[in-house]
Design a protein around this ligand. Structure first.
Ligand code: ADP
Ligand code: MG
Length: 344
C-alpha cells in the first residue's frame, strides 16, 4: 500500500492552494499582494486594508539571511563554523524558543539534526545514504540539550550544528502578524511556503479556506479547512526526498536515529495560534508517527492537527473535524480524534 501511494508521489515543492472566494457583497478595495522567494520557497502575500507586503517581504529576506544554515554570511552559519557566536537578540530569541519546544516535544524536534541533514545531502541535493556506523555516529551528535544559550551567546558542543529550517517560517509568521497589526491591516493570508498565516478577516467576512496538498499529487489538494485566524503549518514527506534502490528517503529526520522518518505518515498539518509552535509541531508530530502525535495532542492541547497516513487514514482532531471538506473522491477513511479517550 505504502509503495503504491509513494509511486504516485511527486517529489517537489509542496503547493498549498488557497481559495479566496470572491465576495459577492460590497466591493472591497484591491488587496496588497506580493510573491517572492525566501527561505528556499515561494511566498505569496495577500493583505486587506493596509499596504505592508513590502515590509513583510523585507523581514522575510532579512530573517532568511540571518537564519539560513547554508548562507555563509548568516549568523547560524557563523555559529556552526565557529562553535560559538554572539547572536542578534532576535535570533537568540528564536533559538531559545526552539530549544523549549524541543524539550516540550521530547526531542522529536531537534535543531541539532543538521550534520545528519548534510550527510544525507538534503541541503545540496547531492544525496547519499550513510552507512550504519556513520548513522550511529551522527545520531550520537544530535542533542538539543547540549546547546547552551547564555544571553545572546550561543555555544555548541564539538561537531554540533544548528538548523532552524523546521521553525523559521513559523517564526516569520509570528513576526508578520506583528507587522500586520502595526500596519492596521483588516485581514491577510500569507502563504510562507507551507506555513500559512490567516489574519483578521476577509472583506466579505467569510471563513478562510485553506487547501491541504495531496501527498500523491502535491499540486492539488485532498481537502480544505475552513478556518478563522491562526497559523496552518504542513510538513510532508513529498517536499524534498529522493529514492535509492527502491527506498524513498524524506527530508524529515528522526533525531533518535539520524534517519529519514519512515513511519507511515504522509503529511501533518497543524493549526495553532503561535506560528513557531505550529511549524515545530508539524515537524515533530511527523517524527512521532500518528499514534504518538495524537497522544501528544491529548497531552498538550493548544492546537489541532490533520494527519494523513499511508494506510489510508485521515485523522482530524476535535477542533477541525467539522471544518474539513474532502476535495473529491478520496481514498482515505476519516478518523475523528477526541480527547476523552484518555480522560485528560
Ligand atoms: P519544510 O521546511 O520543508 O516545510 P519542516 O518544517 O518539516 O518542512 O522542516 C524540515 C526541515 O527541518 C528539514 O529540511 C531539515 O532541515 C530540518 N529537520 C529535519 N528533521 C528535523 C527534526 N526532527 N527536527 C528539527 N529539524 C528537522
Ligand atoms: Mg516545521
Amino acid at each position: 500500500m505504502m509503495k503504491r501511494v509513494f509511486r504516485r508521489v511527486l517529489c517537489g515543492m509542496m503547493i498549498l492552494l488557497i481559495t479566496l472566494t470572491a465576495g459577492c457583497s460590497a466591493p472591497a478595495s484591491d488587496p496588497d499582494t506580493a510573491s517572492f522567494t525566501a527561505m528556499d520557497t515561494v511566498m505569496t502575500l495577500t493583505v486587506y486594508g493596509a499596504d505592508c507586503c513590502e515590509r513583510i517581504r523585507d523581514r522575510a529576506l532579512e530573517l532568511d539571511q540571518r537564519l539560513s544554515a547554508v548562507d555563509e554570511d548568516s549568523e547560524i552559519f557563523a555559529l556552526n563554523r565557529d562553535g560559538t557566536a554572539v547572536l542578534s537578540a532576535d535570533t537568540a530569541a528564536l533559538v531559545r524558543r526552539t530549544l523549549t519546544l524541543s524539550a516540550d516535544l521530547d526531542g522529536a524536534l531537534d535543531p541539532t539534526v543538521y550534520p545528519a541533514v548534510l550527510a544525507w545531502g538534503f541541503t545540496t541535493g547531492d544525496y547519499a545514504v550513510p552507512d550504519d556506523e556513520a548513522l550511529r555516529a551522527l545520531a550520537a551528535r544530535i542533542d538539543y540539550t547540549a546547546v547552551t544559550l547564555s544571553g545572546d551567546v550561543c555555544t555548541l558542543k564539538d561537531g554540533m550544528m544548528l538548523d532552524l529550517g523546521a521553525v523559521a517560517k513559523g517564526w516569520l509568521a509570528d513576526e508578520a502578524k506583528a507587522i500586520l497589526a502595526d500596519s492596521g491591516a483588516d485581514g491577510a493570508v500569507l502563504n510562507l511556503g507551507g506555513t500559512i498565516l490567516l489574519y483578521g478577516s476577509k472583506p466579505d467576512g467569510s471563513a478562510f479556506r485553506v487547501g491541504i496538498a495531496d501527498p500523491a499529487a502535491p499540486a492539488s489538494c485532498f481537502g480544505y479547512l475552513n478556518l478563522g485566524e491562526g497559523v496552518v503549518a504542513t510538513s510532508g514527506g513529498y517536499e524534498r526526498c529522493f529514492e535509492r534502490d527502491g527506498v524513498r528517503y524524506i527530508h524529515i529526520l528522526d533525531p533518535a536515529t539520524a534517519r529519514p522518518v519512515d513511519n507511515g505518515v504522509l503529511s501533518v498539518t497543524v493549526i495553532c495560534d503561535e506560528g513557531v509552535a505550529a511549524d515545530a509541531l508539524s515537524t515533530a508530530l511527523f517524527v512521532m508517527g500518528a499514534e504518538g502525535a495524537l497522544d501528544c495532542w491529548r497531552a498538550h492541547g493548544g492546537f489541532d492537527c490533520v494527519i494523513l497516513t499511508d494506510d489510508g487514514r485521515l485523522y482530524l482532531t476535535d477542533g477541525v473535524a467539522d471544518r474539513f471538506t474532502p476535495a473529491g473522491d478520496d481514498e482515505y477513511e476519516i478518523m475523528p480524534v477526541h480527547r476523552d479517550h484518555t480522560g485528560s
